[in-house]
Ligand binder design. Structure first.
Ligand SMILES: *[C@@H]1O[C@H](CO)[C@@H](O)[C@H](O)[C@H]1NC(C)=O
Ligand SMILES: *[C@@H]1O[C@H](CO)[C@@H](O)[C@H](O)[C@H]1NC(C)=O
Ligand SMILES: *[C@@H]1O[C@H](CO)[C@@H](O)[C@H](O)[C@H]1NC(C)=O
Length: 466
């Protein structure tokens, strides 16, 4: 008889608790408002950088520990990287502390809005304000229009966004600046007040906009920066305990700008104002102390490359066999060696680790799909990778000549990679030095058998005429 009332009480308590937590959840959205927002959108290259400064204010009564960022569903798929930091101190003593950002979902998000959640270092108490700096990178967000141009034409593109920042919070005051590569702006949507000066387009200031305000704008402007997109990049980093790191990179490069119309004329191309949106040279930034560099395509070695080195880095300037116009592709291979002691270390627990740079060595390129393969020495065990952002991982086995049991390959995959992803990552593994002897032993036995075979051959008389 006692059981029933206590169950009822438990249910009641649960109901109260869940409705309370629902209240807490929904109220934190109303508790925050943005006192001031400033957004700077840089569309000078095909990799768009957006700097957003938010002055967040807690106008509620309870502390708030997270701030939401909202994006239209069409934009969220193009976000390659999103970072947030909080500013501490004022003026000259200002410093930035990075904050954790994670994608998140809200029930009944209007019009499919997508969210990212910024976790604050310390909860923002009632009445307090905090200044957040957000940087996000958009790729494939400039649409060439016209979609096809001839060799003598300049490239024009569309950029779409909202003049008013999409936010789940009330915004007291906001301004958006769009920086274009040149003063050649064909047209732009006006959402008063809108002003244009030089290469800068200013939307706002707008005052007192409710949550989820949205006002689409279209900017049509000239952009002749190289739209270099590596559709697929496979980088293989092979560790040999015999002193070197061998890197091989397979590129499928495309010009993602307006498609080339008509025939390509090399004579016209020599002229100055021709093929302004095409690109001829590419710069690969490699680590210092590289050796045995090669650069080749299906036809063979390409000699038109220049190597400049200093103690900090190596610049490899490569030139494909033909200039790349919109819609054109080139596939090629770059390979180089590096001294092992610059990249392979021993961790305090006795394991070895490779500390190398993720991303793509080509400057200002977007990589649609990057596969990074780290080939560990034969006999390596328990590999684990530490990468500062989410990547897909799996293991493979590679066999090359002289291998007895094969080599473990740590495969890391990431889509939508931009230069911001060129940061260090580590692959840890344990290694038994006995395996270092495997290769020489194999070599010795191969030579021994060859020797025995030749001795046998010399001693066998094949002649039939005696
Ligand atoms: C959703 O989209 C429709 C049509 O684009 C628009 O009229 C409406 O205001 C939007 N609703 C919200 C909450 O943004
Ligand atoms: C291409 O270059 C590599 C490295 O410089 C060299 O080993 C190879 O022999 C060259 N191949 C041809 C066909 O020239
Ligand atoms: C990896 O190398 C970078 C510099 O290239 C260095 O800043 C970082 O501390 C290294 N990480 C580890 C775990 O050794």
């Amino acid at each position: 008889m006692e059981a029933l009332p206590s169950l009822a009480r438990l249910l009641l308590a649960l109901t109260i608790f869940s409705s309370l937590s629902l209240l807490a959840c929904s109220s934190s959205l109303q508790d925050l408002q943005i006192a001031n927002a400033e957004r700077r959108i840089d569309v000078t290259s095909h990799i768009i950088k957006v700097f957003l400064t938010l002055k967040v204010e807690n106008t509620g009564t309870s502390p708030v520990s997270e701030v939401l960022l909202a994006f239209p569903p069409t934009q969220v798929d193009h976000i390659a990287s999103l970072k947030a930091a909080v500013t501490i101190g004022k003026k000259k003593k200002k410093s930035y502390v990075p904050l954790e950002v994670n994608p998140t979902e809200l029930p009944d998000a209007p019009n499919g809005t997508k969210y990212f959640k910024i976790l604050l270092l310390n909860p923002l108490s009632a009445g307090e304000t905090a200044t957040l700096e957000v940087l996000y990178i958009l790729t494939h967000s400039l649409e060439p229009f016209p979609a096809e141009i001839s060799q003598s034409e300049s490239q024009l593109v569309y950029y779409r966004d909202s003049a008013i920042i999409l936010s789940p919070y009330y915004i007291k005051q906001q301004t958006t600046f769009i920086r274009t590569p040149s003063t050649k702006v064909e047209s732009f949507t006006r959402v008063e007040p809108t002003t244009r000066a030089g290469t800068e387009l200013k939307y706002g200031p707008y005052k007192d906009r409710p949550a989820y305000s949205y006002s689409p704008v279209l900017v049509h402007f000239e952009n002749n920066s190289p739209f270099a997109v590596v559709e697929e990049l496979v980088r293989e980093v092979e560790i040999s305990h015999w002193g070197s790191l061998q890197i091989t990179e397979h590129y499928t490069l495309a010009h993602a700008g307006a498609r080339h119309k008509g025939v390509f004329s090399r004579v016209d191309y020599q002229g100055r104002s021709s093929g302004v949106s095409s690109f001829k040279h590419l710069l690969a930034r490699l680590p210092p102390r590289v050796h045995s560099v090669f650069y080749r395509d299906q036809i063979g070695n390409i000699s038109s490359s220049h190597l400049r080195t200093d103690y900090r880095r190596t610049d490899l300037e490569i030139e494909p066999r033909y200039p790349l116009f919109g819609g054109w592709k080139a596939t090629f291979l770059i390979g180089y060696g590096l001294p092992l002691q610059d990249f392979l270390f021993e961790s305090p627990d006795g394991r070895r680790y490779l500390n190398f740079t993720f991303g793509c060595p080509l400057a200002d390129t977007v990589v649609d799909k990057l596969t990074l393969k780290v080939v560990l020495p034969e006999g390596s065990k328990d590999p684990s990778a530490v990468v500062p952002f989410t990547v897909q991982q799996h293991l493979e086995t590679k066999y090359s000549y002289l291998d007895v049991v094969g080599r473990t390959v740590v495969v890391l995959e990431k889509k939508n990679v931009v230069p911001e992803h060129n940061s260090p990552f580590q692959v840890y593994y344990s290694f038994n030095p006995v395996f270092m002897l495997a290769e020489p032993l194999m070599l010795i036995s191969v030579f021994f058998f060859l020797f025995m075979a030749s001795v046998a051959y010399l001693h066998v008389d094949f002649s039939i005429s005696k």
